[in-house]
Structure formats: C-alpha cells, structure tokens
Design a binder for this molecule. Structure first.
Ligand code: DX5
Ligand code: ZN
Length: 224
C-alpha cells in the first residue's frame, strides 16, 4: 500500500471576511493540515499575517497548522510561531545562511522542520541535510501570491528529490506548493509528492469539500 498523501488547503485563498466559516469547512473536510503563508514584504513582495493571527487561527483549527515562513531571518521568530500553534515550521533555504542550525532550532521546539526551495533552487543543495529535514516544500510558483500558474519543471524536481530521500533511507515528506489542483495532483503523486498544498483550486471551486475529497482520492499507482 503506498503511503497516503496529505492535503493542505492554503488559507491565503480563503475569504478573510468569514474566516471561521472557511475554517469550519476545512475542519469537516478530508483535508489533513491548514497551510498558513506568512509573508514579510522583504523575502517576498507581499505581506500577509504573523503569529498573532495564527494564534487566533489555531483556536478555530481542528487540524495541524503547517506554517510556511516566507520571511528573512526566520530564526528570530521560530519560538513565537511554535507558541502560536505551528505543527510544521517551514523556512526558505534562500533565507537561511545557517540552514542546518535553523532546522535543529525548529526541531528543538518540538515542531516538524520544513525547508522550502524556490523554483530556481536545485534540490541538490539539500544533499547534506536531507536526513535532518522532516519536510521539503518545493515551490511550484514564485512565492508571494496565490493563484499563479504551476511551473512544470517541478515534476522533475520532485522525482530527483524522491530519489535523494529514498537513497538516504529518510522519511522526509515532499510538499508541493503553488498552482496545485485536480489537473496535476495525480502526476505529482506519481513523481513522489506526499503533501499537496492547494489554495485557489480549493477555495475558488463551487464545492470546496468535494474538491478536497477528490484531491485526497488520487493516488500513485506504485509504492516507492
Ligand atoms: C505562494 C504560497 C502558496 C499559495 C498557493 O507564495 O506559498 O501557499 O497560497 O496558492 P495556490 O494554490 O492558489 O497557487
Ligand atoms: Zn505556501
């Protein structure tokens, strides 16, 4: 039996005038995690929300919070995001000169440690660190905004990363973030993806609960 993949709806695409309604929808759906995008206007050209808002979201969420930090100097805030309720904390490779230290710092808080790679960053940069990372988030769009077009090259990067993880005999999860939906979910799972982040494809659909169920129902045709 292939291990079952996880679905993480990205709250960035939710309706912020009725956030509790959208959280309830995700709570009663087959989704596994809430994906929360933190942007600082420096690492990415957009600003979203920080730990205070996440603390409030944590009260509404009945599923783990997958916090994606698109910020410079994330090491300064890891403890606060953990206290706010983060279950997974993902930092960007491009924002961390001392990535190994930052990964260990995340794990010391008890959270799962994720590392995100921008579309231009090869997976090979993680070769000496892969066993220490709980999750690699492959950006399949340039980070900063929801609703962008999926970068096709991500499929090949997913395969390469899966090979690296299998060779290291590691349990690292592969998460794909950006432009994911019903049209590419199956190919991504087939390439080795474990977690699918889906923003606009879920929240802009007529029936988000059903869309999540459909994303969850796909599977790879073989075990890795
Ligand atoms: C992009 C964010 C994504 C985004 C995904 O910077 O990291 O999580 O919300 O949204 P969609 O699924 O609409 O591309
Ligand atoms: Zn994200």
């Amino acid at each position: 039996m292939p291990r079952k993949h996880l679905i993480a709806p990205s709250v960035l695409a939710a309706d912020f005038t009725r956030l509790s309604t959208d959280f309830d929808m995700v709570n009663r759906s087959e989704a596994d995690w809430f994906h929360l995008d933190v942007m600082d206007g420096r690492f990415v050209p957009n600003i979203t929300f920080g730990m205070f808002v996440i603390e409030a979201m944590h009260k509404m969420a009945e599923k783990p919070l997958d916090v994606h930090l698109m910020i410079v100097e994330p090491e300064k805030y890891i403890e606060s995001f953990r206290k706010a309720g983060a279950h997974v904390i993902t930092v960007h490779h491009e924002a961390c000169p001392h990535l190994h230290r930052t990964v260990l710092q995340i794990k010391e808080t008890g959270a799962l440690a994720g590392v995100a790679l921008n579309p231009h960053t090869p997976v090979s940069v993680l070769a000496d660190l892969i066993e220490d990372i709980d999750l690699v988030c492959l950006m399949s769009v340039n980070p900063g905004f929801g609703g962008q077009k999926f970068i096709y090259r991500t499929l090949e990067k997913t395969r390469q990363l899966k090979e690296m993880i299998v060779a290291a005999n590691s349990n690292t999860l592969i998460e794909i973030d950006g432009g994911v939906g019903l049209q590419n979910a199956e190919s991504l799972l087939q390439a080795g993806a474990d977690v699918l982040v889906a923003g606009s494809s879920v929240f802009s659909s007529d029936d988000p609960v059903a869309t999540i169920a459909r994303l969850k129902a796909f599977h790879a045709s073989f075990d890795f």
